[in-house]
Design a protein around this ligand. Structure first.
Ligand SMILES: *Cc1c(COP(=O)(O)O)cnc(C)c1O
Length: 393
């Protein structure tokens, strides 16, 4: 069988010319045994790298107990995972989903119900330019990329688009129908772009004054990726709700939204939302393993310790190559912006020849989302491989 043949697949992804077979630590292996250094983590998912012993052990043990029981029953994994996530987020009420997009969908309903209870008809929402919140119809309404939205209009009405890190542009859109602001604390797909502290604090203040919900999409930037458990901790801001996914399960399909107690009390009630699979014992065994391994392996400390080194290595590449314009990012979520004459897709292919996996974002940026277990020598290896890659252009 030709594993690269795709004639029965809906053609939505242009796949790379690689068949991945397995992974170990921060390395991936293709079907011919070629070993790649991974700086993508399956798009920010595999924070513990591949085949992490304690992680796979926890999954195997759970498989022998129970995979699924529906949300009609209690289970030890959901009790533990709920406690883990609410403690880490400093928020209170957790709902588990199967993906990041579904967490956003759920929060959209939370915001609509909040508006309903307040008697606001035709509620309005604010999202940001270059945002990414997912591709289902609700989430897509908040993903303000015209290319993604255009064929699917009309979407959910009432979403206004503000400029990221621009308080004046937010204030211009706020009125008595505004119920929620959806924001990625660090934008991912649209270009790695972190909120600035003053802006985030002002946003929190505005939301407090006007009783608007501040909803943080921490799907990509959360779970220790930026050196804090959730990225909003960098900015001394607590949102009213957050969405998590990607590294939450480190490879199993799981997402979550978490609400403050106050918001939980003034939004969704019994049977107004649900899921069959969401938060099943298998995925939550993974989530609980992730929480305990993060602690055991000192993942946060590793990201904090090595982030300046990673940034320095990327800055060196900016200095050495004219077409590499700048570095952007926070912690282990970084990008290099390339000038238009060098195509990021070509750079990614050349990097693969040099056994390095990276991905892109925005229009022409290289994106770095390494596994959070990355060590100093791996960062050196990445920098050498990237230097060799860039030298071909
Ligand atoms: C990946 C991502 C999503 C969508 O999550 P899925 O698990 O792909 O549904 C939403 N928001 C952000 C910020 C993301 O990075």
């Amino acid at each position: 069988m030709n594993f690269k043949e795709q004639k029965n697949l809906v053609q939505l992804y242009k796949k790379f010319d690689i068949v991945l077979s397995r992974g170990e630590g921060v390395y991936l292996y293709d079907d011919k045994g070629k070993k790649y250094l991974d700086f993508a983590s399956g798009i920010g998912v595999c924070a513990l790298g591949y085949a992490h012993k304690a992680y796979t052990k926890a999954l195997k043990e759970q498989i022998d107990k129970i995979l699924h029981c529906s949300n009609l029953f209690h289970n030890e994994q959901i009790a533990l995972a709920t406690s883990n996530l609410s403690k880490a987020s400093k928020l209170d009420r957790v709902f588990f989903t199967n993906s990041g997009t579904e967490a956003i969908e759920g929060l959209f309903k939370v915001a609509k119900k909040y508006a309903f209870k307040k008697g606001i008809k035709n509620p309005q929402f604010i999202a940001f330019k270059n945002s990414f919140h997912g591709r289902t119809l609700g989430a897509l309404s908040l993903t303000t990329n015209e290319k993604y939205q255009k064929p699917f209009k009309p979407l959910i009405p009432g979403v206004k688009v503000a400029k990221f890190n621009d308080m004046a542009s937010v204030k211009k859109l706020v009125n008595d129908k505004t119920v929620a602001i959806f924001i990625e604390t660090v934008q991912g797909e649209g270009g790695i772009n972190a909120v600035n502290k003053e802006f985030y604090k002002d946003l929190r203040k505005l939301c407090d004054e006007k009783e608007i919900l501040l909803i943080a999409d921490e799907i990509q930037c959360g779970m220790a990726r930026t050196g804090k458990f959730f990225a909003y901790e960098h900015f001394d801001v607590l949102p009213d709700a957050l969405a998590s996914a990607k590294a939450l399960g480190c490879g199993v399909s799981v997402g979550a939204f978490v609400l403050s107690e106050k918001l939980a009390a003034s939004s969704l009630e019994h049977s107004e939302h649900g899921t069959t699979y969401g938060g099943n014992p298998l995925v939550l065994a993974a989530v609980n393993a992730v929480f305990s391994i993060f602690k055991e392996d000192k993942i946060l400390q590793n990201v904090q310790k090595l982030s300046p080194y990673l940034e320095q290595k990327l800055e060196n590449l900016v200095s050495n190559f004219k077409f590499v314009k700048k570095r952007q990012g926070l912690g282990f979520m970084q990008s290099l912006c390339l000038s238009a004459d060098v195509k990021v897709a070509d750079v990614i292919k050349e990097a693969q020849k040099n056994a390095l996996i990276v991905v892109s974002c925005a229009k022409n940026d290289l994106r770095f989302l390494p596994p959070l277990i990355m060590q100093k020598e791996h960062i050196d290896e990445m920098a050498n491989k990237l230097h060799k890659t860039f030298s071909a252009f």
